[in-house]
Design a protein around this ligand. Structure first.
Ligand code: F6P
Length: 548
């Protein structure tokens, strides 16, 4: 596995990046009236326009060549066939098996995981139907009204993001609340809104050891038992999603109330597994299946489309181009759809936990930037917060703009107003406003020569800020499935192209281990560890001042 920088395509792109830095997107558009047709792609339900990225024909060709030289095809095939491509953890990477709607067999260590997936989906369906129909009752015989989903990271962000994205389609049978933060305020706020007799807790943790989740789960049980006064009632109000039956048993959850997942499902790719149970409970099992179907469409596209037409691959190549060649170290995700307001947070984990790595497959230090900082919020709110910097700041932030043709809720002219902003922003970021335009505008307003001289520099917008526009038909279950799967495969391709292992997260494990050591120090006076003077000082300050 060689270092990417020695590849012919890498070197060609490196040279081209120096030339392209001197180019302006506006000129590229002026020179080629067919630019949109050339650099946009359509698949059912999705328009993907990357014509406002700072590329030209030869850069696009070299990017496709880079994908070929880095052997994306064979890595993709290895992933889909269950090979252990997560080699630092010796695991397969098979979130695609969770939405394999053809139900074709996929083997890991000789076991057909498709059969396991089908069985678990059936268990989810039966359980979801029982809870939603009121057949599943709590310890007083009442039906469930509230679901409290406790989990963190991949065991929270996916389900919560999808719940938020699709809440317009809720039939109102059940409410769902998410608790991820170990800061007690979040759990306390949820507990204030619910009744123990009519609440079902879903404790989601792949490992069932994550401290935040376990603390929240234990506090939820304590709160529940204050009313129920009977430990046997826990079985009717607590279910788990985990791979760790030993721990779920020790916690007191009956085996039949544990929904399983497998070590070949990474946390940040797990919403398609039983980790998505809160989605199914809230919106119905059929809607959950539609999310899977949307993702499966993209899996099929990703597996079969030529590189030049393969949207997730092109997304990855553009990200590599912007980050590793043009040197833009940040990337904004800007949904023009309120329903997608959690998408930036979701993709932060998806991309940064996956590709925020510093060594290549063979352990050598990477000589290029791997992952940009992913951030963002709904575009409209962002416009009134940080877009000033996107337009005129001296850092360039490539951005993904996401909108839909049809709104979830049609209200007067709202959607046209929203979309006019969507179109205006990418146009402005691309074209900018040059000095002559500023002078003409100020002259037209009757400003004097000296006023113009004073203002002109401030009003120039250099433009040339790369954006991608993604337009969905409508934010419904299938569209959400498609969108997330597009980003997942993008992240996968990015990892392969950059030669980083996208499926481990040793950095997170480091923090977990250190926090658990310090927790022992905070809760047991007899334990103390060696720290630097800052950390020791901070801990001492906290211990002296807490409970005052
Ligand atoms: O954030 C780090 C992480 O390890 C994620 O990868 C995972 O999704 C999350 O913690 C939660 O882990 P678990 O599901 O085991 O509680």
């Amino acid at each position: 596995m060689n270092c990417r920088t020695t590849l012919a395509s890498w070197q060609a792109l490196s040279a081209a990046s120096e030339q392209l830095k001197e180019q302006h997107l506006k000129t590229l558009f002026e020179a080629d009236s067919g630019r949109f047709d050339k650099f946009s792609r359509q698949i059912p339900g999705v328009l993907f326009d990357f014509s406002k990225q700072l590329i030209n024909d030869s850069v696009f060709e070299q990017l496709i060549q880079l994908a070929k030289e880095t052997d994306v095809t064979s890595w993709r095939d290895k992933m889909f066939s269950g090979e252990k491509i997560n080699f630092t953890e010796d695991r397969a990477v098979l979130h695609v098996a969770l939405r394999n709607r053809e139900a074709s067999p996929i083997y890991v260590d000789g076991v057909n995981v498709t059969e396991q997936v089908q069985a678990e989906l059936e268990k989810m369906k039966v359980f979801t139907d029982r809870v939603r129909s009121g057949e599943w009752t709590g310890y007083t015989g009442q039906a469930v009204k509230d679901i409290v989903a406790i989990g963190v990271g991949g065991s929270n962000l996916g389900p919560q993001m999808v719940t938020e994205a699709l809440s317009a389609y809720s039939d109102g049978k059940l409410n769902v609340h998410y608790v991820s933060n170990v800061d007690g305020v979040q759990l306390a706020q949820v507990l204030k809104k619910i009744q123990p007799e009519t609440t079902l807790f879903v404790i989601s943790s792949k490992t069932f050891t994550t401290s935040e989740t376990m603390n929240n789960a234990r506090s939820a049980v304590d709160w529940f038992l204050e009313s129920a006064q009977d430990k046997s009632a826990v079985a009717k109000h607590f279910v788990a999603v985990s791979t760790n039956l030993e721990k779920t048993r020790a916690f007191g959850i009956a085996d039949e109330n544990v929904f399983t997942m497998w070590d070949w499902v990474g946390g940040r790719f797990s919403l398609w597994s039983a980790i998505g149970l809160p989605i199914a409970l809230y919106l119905g099992y059929e809607t959950f299946v539609e999310v899977l179907e949307g993702a499966f469409e993209i899996d099929t596209h990703f597996k079969t489309a030529e590189f030049e037409h393969n949207i997730p691959l092109i997304m990855a190549l553009l990200s590599v181009w912007n980050t590793s060649f043009l040197g833009h170290t940040s990337q904004a995700i800007l949904p023009y759809d309120q329903a997608l307001h959690m998408l930036p947070a979701y993709l932060q984990q998806g991309e940064m936990e996956s590709n925020g790595k510093h060594v290549t497959f063979n352990g050598q230090t990477v000589p290029y930037t791997t992952v940009p900082i992913i951030w963002g919020m709904t575009g409209i709110n962002g416009q009134h917060a940080f877009y000033q910097c996107l337009h005129q700041g001296n850092v360039i932030v490539p951005a993904d703009f996401i909108a839909s043709v049809e709104p979830q809720v049609a209200l007067g002219k709202h959607h046209d107003v929203l979309l006019s902003n969507f179109f205006a922003q990418t146009e402005a970021m691309m074209a900018g406003v040059d000095e002559s335009q500023v002078r003409a505008e100020l002259t037209g307003k009757g400003k004097s020569e000296s006023e113009i001289e004073q203002l002109v520099a401030h009003k120039i917008h250099k433009g040339n800020r790369p954006t991608t526009s993604i337009i969905l038909d409508k934010v419904d279950a299938k569209a959400v499935g498609r969108l997330i799967a597009m980003y997942e495969h993008k992240i996968f391709c990015q990892g392969i192209i950059l030669s980083v292992c996208s499926f481990d997260q040793w950095g997170v494990e480091l923090g977990k281990g250190l926090a658990s050591n310090i927790e022992a120090e905070l809760t047991n006076e007899n334990i103390s560890h060696e720290h630097d003077s800052s950390t020791s000082g901070l801990i001492a300050y906290y211990k002296q001042n807490r409970n005052k």
